[in-house]
Design a protein around this ligand. Structure first.
Ligand SMILES: [Fe+2]
Ligand SMILES: [Fe+2]
Length: 181
């Protein structure tokens, strides 16, 4: 696997750990346990800044445009599907946010459950279909350029500081959820 792909796949791993924690929190809410709102506030922050910020900035701003230059379409096929999925995630994030503001946990959980299952499917498609297809379409020079533009993109979003902030956030969310009876 190329280094540029590995970077995105590693981000998917952290995103999925966050989903595992929140899936557990969501089922606790549904079975009547008291889950602190900080879990959902952290999830919204993580989703905005890490999943939609740090990660999607590289996909939408760098990788997808390159793959379109190398022959994929923006209008149909895998890139169009992935972009449509990203919009769905933004809509669901908005619903989670509204539910939290309205203190409507049923709305938060319904939006979250849809978000979790559709994001897992999306990640599966990227890891197993789009990224391998992308690797087969780009040159060694493209790969070097991708990595340096990813570096610049990450730096503009806070670099290592942002990455470790959200790794730590996931660890503390896990501690909170594991401590709920
Ligand atoms: Fe994506
Ligand atoms: Fe992704």
């Amino acid at each position: 696997m190329n280094h540029s792909t590995r970077r995105l796949v590693d981000e998917h791993v952290l995103i999925c750990i966050g989903l595992d924690i929140c899936d557990k929190a969501a089922s606790m809410v549904m079975s009547g346990s008291n889950v602190p709102n900080s879990i959902w506030e952290n999830l919204i922050d993580f989703t905005k800044e890490y999943t939609d910020g740090f990660h999607h900035a590289k996909e939408e701003g760098v990788l997808f445009p390159l793959l379109c230059q190398r022959g994929l379409s923006l209008e149909y096929g895998p890139i169009a599907v992935m972009l449509h999925d990203h919009e769905t995630f933004r809509r669901l994030l908005g619903q989670m946010n509204e539910g939290l503001e309205e203190n409507n946990m049923a709305k938060v959980i319904a939006a979250y459950n849809e978000y979790s299952s559709s994001l897992r499917m999306h990640i599966h498609k990227e890891n197993n279909i789009l990224y391998p297809m992308g690797e087969s379409m780009i040159s060694r020079e493209d790969e070097e350029n991708l990595n340096s533009i990813y570096d610049e993109t990450e730096m503009s979003l806070g670099g290592e500081k942002t990455s470790s902030k959200y790794h730590n956030m996931i660890l503390s969310m896990r501690e909170v959820v594991d401590s709920i009876e």
